[in-house]
Design a protein around this ligand. Structure first.
Ligand code: SF4
Length: 856
């Protein structure tokens, strides 16, 4: 029997509603967009559409494990609670830490934070959201006195100028991009400006692309403020009535000087400034390109300054709008998941506020000061100051900067606990205790998206194996540590009620985050909960789409603050040894460390291998050929990647995707390269700017394997695994030639030497190539192709399955580049809409439309 359940996508911060048709008996899921959800109105992107293919039990963690041995929940929970208690008794409460994730539900986050800050009494709970938007949090607090996102998605449809700053929205927030594209089609007067050193897929709808020098954003926006002032484009009445500090903020630099510093054509800067000055409804959308910087907070405030100066905050279609990366980054901020926050948008700045939380929680030993933020937290582990750490639903060995140091820190740490739904990750490999958490399709609770909209994530299936909800695991440990009364929850709704009550506790309109209307929500109403934007309280029982329309802010004076920004360049500049700037980011069809998206065959065909994008001139100077392999090195680490030569990169810049781990590639963790420099205010790492060098990597042989079953690849210097339709694909390369290819192939392709399969082989000693097919019961099971270099290999490379459709462009309908090119040529197609009518490509999520247009 099937039933339909409304839930939320677990990937990006757009927070799309999903209508899931669940066949529990067959463990099958049919996914479609929830047409009633205000984030997406039925749309989904390629990742959300493929969720049904990611619920398999492959690599699920199904049973607690202690020092590599499966055990009972009882033993695992006792060990965690006892060890944390012993470490605290011996070394103090700051010798332990939690590291959470924007993948946790709000209820999970709430109890983890309450345990660490309220009852263990240390501030040492931070989260991977530190890596993605803590500069926005710091910028908001400086300008507004609160961490408030003033806007809502409806503003896309009301804006007349949309500026995408450091945001490849087309790939990273695809449904938001679809809405912007649709808004532009409905209103041709809507202009879009993209500000990004890279020419990304988001430029597809851009009227103007400012390909500025990496890190120069604050100059551009300070220059804009100066321009607005000198051209009478300020809203002086608004500045006078609702802001403070304007005069100190003003800069005076001619456009030519700004253009020169940002390495932009003066007329392009002039055009952008003219549009900003002369358009009423201006919406600035920004994300990691702004936040992940050693001056990220200043960049955020430089943008907000321009909106305050023109009174364009909180108005329909106007504002500075931070697009969050993760599904529940905002929920984590609400509960105080960042180490400098306490709870309910209260931080450690004011003792009476801390006391408020202590009284609400009845927590006599509440933390009094901020804990360690992510990079410093793992440094403290490396130094032996933190002796026990609990990592929840995240993979810091891959995602943190200077990731090899993080790995060494965890290897040396006395006690590492990881709760996760995945068994084998680069981080679980280092855990002493593994606690099986429920996966997306089993979890029950709430999440908050970029526009402050709280939605329900609902369980679709029974938990796999012995997996448990994160909130349950945490409260069980809390109870064992002696905090029974404070952690006596029976379901997520118990926690949500308390979270809501705390948000309203002695609030009196002083704090933006207030959902006190839900303090007494019934279990039935929680079950039927519909998406709503906070605040939700007595004043706004139906929620509130926009904040600050009344010009009232959460600062002591009630006025917004201009912040004087002195732009500064990134800390580590390129030099002779490391002449190129490494930029990192997401791909269209992958999510974070691939633990889910790599399970969906169709999501692996768009970009199946770690790659480095490099400008043609840089490639020539470094002796790099297209499709060859390259070794990237920084002062912190190294990785291997396939070379993609493209003028979408600025000369002097390279781009590497963030997703590959040791589970999918032998040497593809980009985090190993990234410098650990952080913004001094937000403590967010500078992941968009690391000096690197890129050199050819020339193995003596390259090859690939296609196999119906997963293989354990050995004796190879480079390998990458990806899942295709019905088989696995391995890219291989080696620095030394095996003595005998036949022996080598048997080792790779057979699971044991006792196997006696049928073989068909062909070896060309003169060319150095070798091919073999392994048959089982007369059926082709595995093939291996070896050649001295990649180009020779390509001559033998078979299609990804069935007809050779080329690289997959449309992941939703599995339409490849060759198919699209053939249809364009044979049928005379002229527009992406015609391609859509003919092949369906680009008609679902629309993420591939820029690539279809490029082919046209
Ligand atoms: Fe999920 Fe895509 Fe929507 Fe993001 S845009 S929430 S990844 S469906």
């Amino acid at each position: 029997m099937t039933k339909t359940i409304q839930t939320t996508c677990p990937y990006c911060g757009v927070g799309c509603g999903i209508s899931a048709k669940v066949d529990a008996d067959q463990h099958r899921l049919t996914i479609s967009g929830d047409s009633t959800h205000p984030a997406n109105f039925g749309r989904l992107c390629s990742k959300g559409s493929a969720l049904g293919e990611t619920i398999e039990l492959t690599n699920r963690l199904l049973q607690p494990r202690v020092y590599g041995r499966e055990t009972s929940w009882m033993e695992a929970l006792d060990l965690v609670a006892n060890t944390f208690s012993e470490v605290i008794a011996k070394y103090g409460q700051d010798a332990v830490a939690f590291y959470g994730s924007g993948q946790l539900l709000t209820e999970d986050y709430y109890v983890a934070n309450k345990l660490m800050k309220g009852f263990i009494g240390s501030g040492n709970m931070d989260t991977n959201s530190r890596l993605c938007m803590s500069s926005s949090v710091a910028g908001h607090k400086r300008a507004f006195g609160s961490d408030t996102v003033p806007n809502c998605y409806e503003d896309y449809e009301h804006a007349e100028l949309i500026i995408l700053i450091g945001s490849n929205t087309a790939w990273c927030h695809p449904v938001s991009f679809q809405r912007i594209r649709a808004a532009k089609e409905a209103n041709p007067l809507l202009k879009v400006v993209v500000i990004d050193p890279r020419r990304t897929a988001s430029c597809d709808i851009a009227d103007l692309h400012l390909s500025l020098k990496s890190g120069s954003d604050a100059w551009l926006f300070n220059g804009l403020l100066s321009f607005l002032s000198e051209n009478n484009a300020l809203d002086l009445a608004y500045i006078q009535a609702h802001t403070e500090g304007f005069t100190e903020t003003l800069w005076h630099y001619p456009i030519e000087q700004i253009a020169e510093y940002c390495q932009l054509p003066t007329q392009d800067v002039q055009q952008f400034y003219d549009w900003f000055a002369n358009t009423d409804n201006v919406l600035s959308l920004y994300s990691q390109g702004i936040n992940q910087s050693s001056s990220g907070t200043d960049k955020v405030n430089a943008i907000i300054n321009c909106h305050l100066a023109t009174g364009r905050i909180g108005k329909i279609g106007s504002g500075a709008f931070s697009l969050t990366g993760q599904p529940n980054a905002m929920g984590g901020r609400e509960v105080g998941g960042l180490a400098h926050q306490l709870a309910a948008h209260i931080d450690f700045s004011y003792p009476d506020e801390v006391d408020k939380v202590a009284r609400f929680w009845n927590a006599p030993h509440i933390a009094k000061q901020a804990g360690l933020p992510a990079v410093a937290l793992f440094d403290a582990i490396a130094e032996g100051k933190i002796k026990a750490v609990w990592i929840m639903g995240t993979n810091p060995v891959v995602s943190l900067p200077n990731a090899d140091k993080v790995k060494r820190a965890l290897q040396a740490c006395e006690f590492v606990v990881v709760s996760d739904c995945i068994a084998n990750t680069d981080t679980t490999a280092l855990a002493h205790v593994l606690l099986p958490a429920q996966g997306w399709s089993e979890k029950d609770g709430t999440v908050t998206n970029s526009e402050r909209c709280i939605s329900r994530q609902r369980a679709l299936f029974k938990p796999a194996g012995n997996a448990r909800p994160d909130w349950w695991i945490i409260t069980q440990v809390a109870q064992r540590m002696g905090f029974e009364a404070a952690f006596n929850y029976h379901s997520p709704v118990d926690i949500f009620r308390e979270h809501a009550a705390l948000s309203g506790f002695e609030n009196n309109g002083q704090r933006d985050f207030d959902i006190s209307a839900f303090a007494d929500i019934s279990a039935t109403d929680y079950e039927q909960f519909q998406p709503i934007q906070w605040p939700v309280n007595a004043a706004y029982p139906q929620g509130r789409a926009r904040l600050f329309a009344d010009g009232q802010f959460f600062t002591p004076s009630g006025k917004a603050q201009f912040i004087a920004v002195t732009p500064r360049p990134p800390v580590n500049a390129p030099d002779e040894q490391y002449p190129l700037i490494l930029n990192t980011g997401r791909l269209r069809d992958q999510w974070h460390t691939m633990t889910r998206t790599a399970l969906a065959a169709k999501l692996n065909q768009h970009k199946p291998e770690p790659f480095v994008e490099i400008h043609p001139i840089d490639a020539e100077q470094q002796g790099l050929l297209a499709h060859s392999l390259a070794r990237l090195e920084s002062r912190w680490g190294a990785m291997l990647a396939r070379v993609q030569i493209t003028d979408s990169q600025l000369q002097g810049n390279v781009f590497v995707p963030m997703h590959w781990t040791d589970q999918y590639a032998s040497f593809g963790r980009m985090g190993a390269l990234v410098n650990p420099i952080v913004d001094p205010l937000s403590q967010q790492p500078e992941s968009k700017h690391t000096p690197v060098r890129v050199r050819p990597y020339t193995p003596v042989w390259q090859g690939f394997i296609l196999s119906r079953r997963e293989l354990k690849i050995t004796e190879v210097d480079y390998w990458v695994k990806s899942k295709a339709a019905g088989f696995y694909r391995y890219e291989l390369a080696g620095d030394t030639l095996p003595d005998d290819w036949r022996d080598y192939a048997r080792k790779q392709l057979c699971s044991s030497t006792a196997e006696n399969p049928q073989w068909q082989e062909y070896q060309d000693a003169a060319k150095g190539s070798y091919r073999a097919a392994r048959l089982v019961d007369n059926q082709l099971e595995t093939v291996i192709f070896i050649a001295p270099d990649h180009h020779l290999l390509l001559t033998g490379k078979p299609p990804l399955g069935g007809a050779d459709v080329g690289a997959i462009i449309c992941a939703c309908f599995n339409v490849g580049e060759k198919t699209i090119k053939a249809a364009i040529k044979d049928k005379g197609l002229k527009t992406h809409q015609q391609v859509g009518q003919c092949l369906k490509a680009g008609t679902n999520c629309g993420s591939c439309i820029p690539e279809i247009k490029a082919l046209l």
